[in-house]
Design a binder for this molecule. Structure first.
Ligand SMILES: Nc1ncnc2c1ncn2[C@@H]1O[C@H](COP(=O)(O)OP(=O)(O)OP(=O)(O)O)[C@@H](O)[C@H]1O
Ligand SMILES: [Mg+2]
Length: 446
């Protein structure tokens, strides 16, 4: 059975240098199934300042952990790996369309989300001290454009064998997740996630993303800090990294785990059982367990985000677009990020990616109110949030967009995303079809 392994390092709270924490091994059975094993190292377990990688799966325990999910990867490790975009760059650079999970980990840059890093030696390498600067954005966008062009026309692909291009791809690479073209840059003593335009965008996505974060902030939601920069004729949104804090000798790193890991859910919810795990209600229960110190703040905050997503038709609110963070010991909900409006023709019903009430994923006021207690909110408190936010978004989305420079044309293109008609439907009305309401998920025992 072919086997690969690597060491996993962690930058502990308050530190800027990583220490060795454990070993990850990936085996492939004769039938082609991937089996991952992880074990915390003895010296790591003996440290007083050791911390768990995540609060659900790789908790501090001695026996080796084993998984066959996610191509043999553990959620916390997968959350530290590049996603569609970063993987594409690695595949191009290596000239290999399907590297193993360990190859992705070992070939990706160390700008990864959270506090983990990976390598082949027992001792961790020195932390990376040099990052791309905003000044390098023109070159990074150029490489990103080449990669996007190569998707349409493979003949345009930068050849992995060309050393200069491989170096450029390496510099443009990122371990940050997501599918959109992006890179990490350093500026003003902080790290930023720079999100680029894509040639298939129907509107100016970076600017609209900045507008949505601004609008969400106006609705009382705690969001990642963002700002715009323009490189030539291209707008780029810079999202401040909330998992890194500049320290005297480098960066402090917070641990970060996606809701996908917290929910023990699958990336593609293509069966009824998998789909049931894509649930804000289960997420609320998990946050309650993992972030007991901040649950009274985090759960109403999560409710506000669901409400916001419903009101801007952000139907791309999948479980990788939510996360929890641990700066020190305790876990808490991360600031909001990746908020995108999705204008649709349907006026009666729109569905978020995850269920949140008696009518499943239906982006609707009564559905939002139906399970407010799971978010630690009384009906009255929830009603005030929903109705207040509906009014704020209805009267301010256009002004906020225009203020941050979204064009009139783009505002028209996205207009139908905001406060759509079905949001206010009375679901008790028998003339409204709601028969595909999903069964309410309840928390599994642990
Ligand atoms: N401000 C931030 N600080 C730290 N990590 C972040 C921040 N914003 C996003 N991330 C991480 O980076 C990943 C990618 O970011 P984002 O979701 O914005 O990209 P995307 O390409 O638009 O994603 P998608 O594929 O969902 O459209 C997120 O899943 C999250 O793990
Ligand atoms: Mg995303």
């Amino acid at each position: 059975m072919p086997s690969e392994e690597c060491f996993v390092y962690i930058t502990l709270p308050g530190q800027t240098e990583p220490v060795t924490a454990g070993r990850y091994q990936l085996d492939t059975t004769r039938q082609g199934a991937a089996v991952g094993q992880f074990v915390y190292g003895r010296s790591y377990l003996e440290r007083k300042d050791r911390v768990e990688f995540d609060p659900v799966e790789l908790k501090i325990q001695v026996p080796p952990f084993r998984t066959t999910k996610l191509r043999g990867n553990f959620g916390a490790l997968r959350d530290s790996s590049p996603d569609a975009w970063g993987r594409k760059l690695i595949e191009t650079r290596l000239g290999n369309p399907s590297p193993s999970e360990i190859q992705y980990l070992l070939n990706s840059p160390d700008d990864r989300a959270g506090a983990l890093s990976f390598g082949l030696n027992v001792q961790p390498p020195a932390p990376v001290r040099t990052f791309n600067k905003t000044l390098d954005l023109a070159r990074l966008i150029e490489v990103a454009d080449q990669i996007v062009a190569a998707e349409k026309d493979p003949a345009a692909a930068p050849a992995g064998a060309d050393a200069e291009q491989a170096e450029a791809l390496m510099r443009a690479g990122t371990s940050m997740g997501g599918a959109r073209p992006k890179a990490t840059v350093e500026d003003e003593g902080a790290l930023w996630l720079a999100k680029f335009p894509h040639r298939d965008d129907r509107w100016n996505n970076p600017r609209v993303e900045h507008a949505m974060l601004t609008l969400a902030r106006g609705c009382g939601i705690s969001c990642a800090e963002s700002q715009m920069t323009t490189i030539g004729d291209k707008d780029v949104v810079l999202i401040k990294r909330f998992d890194r804090n500049k320290a005297e000798k480098g960066y402090h790193r917070s641990r970060m785990v996606s809701a996908l890991t917290l929910l023990d859910a699958d990336d593609t919810p293509d069966t009824v059982d998998k789909r049931r795990r894509w649930s804000y209600l289960l997420l609320a229960d998990e946050i309650r367990r993992a972030a007991s110190g901040t649950q009274s703040k985090d759960l109403p905050e999560l409710f506000r985000r669901v409400c916001f997503n419903a009101l801007i038709s952000n139907t791309d609110d999948h479980p990788r677009n939510h996360a929890i963070l641990a700066k020190d010991q305790a876990w808490s909900l991360s600031p909001a990020y990746d908020l995108t409006p999705n204008p649709m023709i349907a006026l009666e019903r729109r569905d978020l990616a995850m269920a949140f009430g008696n009518w499943g994923r239906y982006a609707n006021r009564l559905n939002l109110l139906s399970q407010s207690e799971r978010f630690l909110l009384s009906k009255e408190e929830a009603t005030a949030i929903v109705d207040g936010m509906k009014a704020t978004i209805g009267e301010s989305w256009y002004r906020v967009c225009r203020q941050v420079g979204v064009s009139e044309r783009d505002c028209e293109l996205i207009r139908s995303a905001f406060v759509y008609e079905g949001f206010g439907y009375d679901l008790a009305d028998p003339t409204i079809a709601t028969d595909d309401a999903e069964e309410l998920p309840t928390t599994r025992p642990r």
